[in-house]
Design a protein around this ligand. Structure first.
Ligand code: SF4
Ligand code: SF4
Length: 251
């Protein structure tokens, strides 16, 4: 499949977001219970200065929300592990393989274990967790099991249904979406669409891309545009991002 520069950039950002998550089990980004401080890549913030990293997190969240107002659900397509999971199990190769169910279970287990460990190891390093579990620590066993089962439920049972109906970010994004937010347009002026349905098969959100790419559930991932370019040739894709201009005051 032809990969556009947009998708290439998106892949890099997805990779970086996984690296950030990986820094938690590696204890580069964590809360140190013994020293009562937050560690951020070598810097330590004690109780008195802890508001700096917290301030940065709030700033980052606000930045994501404001970018979403302009660019659509790019948090989902660029940063969210659920989207990465959906791209793994909702792609044409997996759909056609006949072993999609096995892959869903396998990748659900991988993502669930990873995310559970990211949360737990923010507070306790892995060796401590194993020690506490071996000693029968009920709190850790309970929290760990609840997180693992919760994530497994999301990945196995809900998948993109969670992104559409249950995700709090999706709800915020839906409220902030306006007529100046970027959307993916399908236009077929010369009737060149071959009805190959590659755009549908590649959509991680299981949308009928030609009819639903403007919907609030579209994450602006650009995969339909790439799939269409692979069918019709580079530069001939029928999907294009549209950035509506801001409405001028008084109009
Ligand atoms: S419609 Fe296209 S841009 Fe939107 S989520 Fe599906 S593949 Fe991605
Ligand atoms: S990938 Fe392009 S040519 Fe194929 S069905 Fe979708 S819009 Fe039509």
């Amino acid at each position: 499949m032809i990969q556009s520069m947009y998708t290439f950039r998106r892949r890099i950002i997805q990779g970086l977001s996984i690296l950030v998550l990986l820094s938690v089990p590696l204890r580069l980004l964590c809360f140190d219970l013994e020293k009562d401080c937050i560690r951020v890549y070598g810097a330590e913030f004690g109780l008195a200065s802890m508001f700096y990293p917290l301030f940065a997190i709030v700033g980052l969240l606000l930045f994501v929300v404001f970018r979403g107002m302009k660019k659509g659900r790019i948090f989902c397509s660029h940063l969210c592990p659920m989207h990465l999971f959906l791209e793994t199990v909702n792609n044409p190769k997996t759909r056609e393989s006949g072993s999609r169910k096995i892959k869903v279970w396998f990748w659900s287990a991988v993502y669930s274990l990873f995310l559970t460990e990211v949360i737990l190891s923010f507070f306790q390093p892995l060796p401590n967790q194993l020690h506490l579990i071996a000693a029968g620590n009920k709190a850790l066993i309970g929290i760990g099991s609840a997180l693992l089962l919760g994530f497994m439920g999301l990945f196995v049972l809900y998948q993109e249904k969670f992104c559409k109906k249950g995700c709090p970010y999706a709800l915020i994004q839906m409220l902030l979406q306006s007529d100046t937010t970027r959307f993916m347009e399908f236009a077929n002026p010369d009737k060149t669409c071959t009805n190959c349905r590659r755009c549908d098969d590649v959509c991680p959100m299981n949308l009928r891309a030609r009819f639903e790419s403007k919907a609030a559930d579209c994450t602006n991932c650009n995969l339909c545009a790439d799939a269409c370019a692979a069918e019709l040739g580079a530069g001939n894709t029928l999907f294009h991002f549209i950035d509506p201009p801001p409405v001028e005051a008084g109009k």
